[in-house]
Design a protein around this ligand. Sequence first.
Ligand code: ADQ
Length: 484
Amino acid sequence: MTSDHDPATASVGSARYDLLVLANRLPVDRVTDPAGGDRWQRSPGGLVTALHPIMQQHAGAWIGWHGQPGPAPAPFTHDGIHLHPVELSEHDVDGYYEGQSNATIWPLYHDAVEQPVFDRGWRRSYHTVNERFAATAARLAAPGALVWVHDYHLQLVPGMLRRLRPDLRIGFFLHIPFPPVELFCQMPLRDEIMRGLLGADLVGFQHPHGTRNFQQLAVDLLGAKLTGDVIEHGEGTTTAATFPISIDVATQQRLADDPQVRTRATEIRRELGDPATLILGVDRLDYTKGIEHRLAAFGELLNEGRLDPAQTVMVQVAVPSRQRIDHYQALRERVERTVSRINGVHAGIGRLCVHYLHQSYDRAELAALYLAADVMAVTPLRDGMNLVAKEYVATRADGTGALVLSEFAGAAAELRQAWTVNPHDLDQLKDAIVAAAHATPDEQIARMQPMRAHLRRHDVNRWAADFLSRLDRPVVQGQAEAAA
Ligand code: ADQ
């Protein structure tokens, strides 16, 4: 499938590929064995799982950062995928990654729930690193190759790559929300980002709102013409459409059926004192996830006696995230203060009300937590999709369990039978938690089953096949049919 060489025999560094994926991170993490040796390990997560078979089948390559500042390792093959690390210096990590991507674009695209920081130096760094990714792709792509660029870190790449290699089919998928026109227009880099995205043949969004916002911007800002979902602009045409991402449902169900996971779920409840109601939150520790609102609602419910502190336990798992960025350090302090305030008032000796776990867990332990939880609270203030909500639903094989879901998560467009809430409305959030906690098994099942059926039809393989077949039907026809 590669043009110059057979990748099975050629050195990875000199091959050219018919399918390229670009993402900020490579799909592997460097881990240290107990013996002290370093090795690469496939990253957890649906994106890697979904793309893995397609990449293997088409001998594709993945371009991304390996996670450490400094010189990039030489290209290598891992688990049948060719990996091309992109170098990021300390300066790039500060400017492109932590600055422009995570302190400017991330908050701006999430409704500015924290104030975006605008910095000229970060913008220059973002431009430089995007150029580096585009140049790497231009060098590695076979004539007419498919190139799939992912997420907000790399929004300039499609346009840059189009100029270098007009022969390519370029797709872009945004994993986070695309904001309304008036918010987006605050961004000093706005014209460049729009031109960057419009360099793609296909731009995909999680939710129809993002698709509409993007189409409207192209018309308002650049005077483009919109016909159906096709945008005609100065440089050509771009299709903008909605492709809601999903999870690897089969793997999640296998975990849920695993006797060890089931035993662990029972153990977790026992370790928590066998409460009548276990409420669970699982998030990256991020200000977009609404963790503070959820804790505030829980605290008030205990204060008012609507939930019994002797019978109710909340477990909040908060994966450490972006710890060098100020907003995140401040959030961590606020969350930890709130947790200790609630426990200070309502806990007893040997009996906590909120278990706060600032740790990462493996998939099996997370699945056990999902199985153990009576109520899953997913209350982001804004979220592209939110895979935790889908993982919870996919884990609940017997149809019990209750999902409280923010209307501002992309997942709410699909998981319509959840207890949907506006997390800014604390009274509504409290009522939803109480209603979910008191739902009868029949009501739980009536809500859960249609959501489970939806997920079975819309898993992450179907998402990847839909996107790629829309980008270039002939190349991935087999995959699309297999997943249909
Ligand atoms: P994220 O903001 O990272 O992703 P999310 O969709 O919830 O958010 O995915 C988090 C993933 O991390 C889930 O698969 C979850 O199981 C895992 N995880 C959570 N807590 C964990 C823990 N303690 N230990 C280990 N793993 C944990 C971005 C967007 C989302 C979008 C995804 C995919 O912000 O809106 O759904 O990309 O497109």
